[in-house]
Design a protein around this ligand. Structure first.
Ligand SMILES: [Zn+2]
Length: 81
């Protein structure tokens, strides 16, 4: 069994579509690359823990952070230092 692919020339509309697609891909790639640096950037929380923008939610669930929130910050800060 053989399959033959008929290669038809792209219509102007298709050409525009694929042209845009390439451009969009490039834009989103650049956007991702630019954001990668900021999203992987580490922040130091008031509780003394490290978190990235992506895992800030997870960080808020950690015991250390909850302890900090539940107790006075000064007390924990002195203890950790
Ligand atoms: Zn924290």
């Amino acid at each position: 069994m053989t399959t033959t692919e008929i290669q038809q020339p792209l219509t102007p509309r298709q050409r525009r579509y694929w042209g845009n697609k390439e451009k969009e891909n490039k834009v989103s790639r650049e956007y991702y690359a630019k954001n990668k640096q900021t999203t992987n950037k580490k922040y130091i929380c008031d509780c003394g823990g490290l978190f990235t923008k992506n895992n800030i939610y997870n960080h808020r669930q950690t015991k250390r952070h909850k302890d900090y929130i539940n107790h006075t910050g000064i007390f924990l800060r002195e203890r950790y230092e």
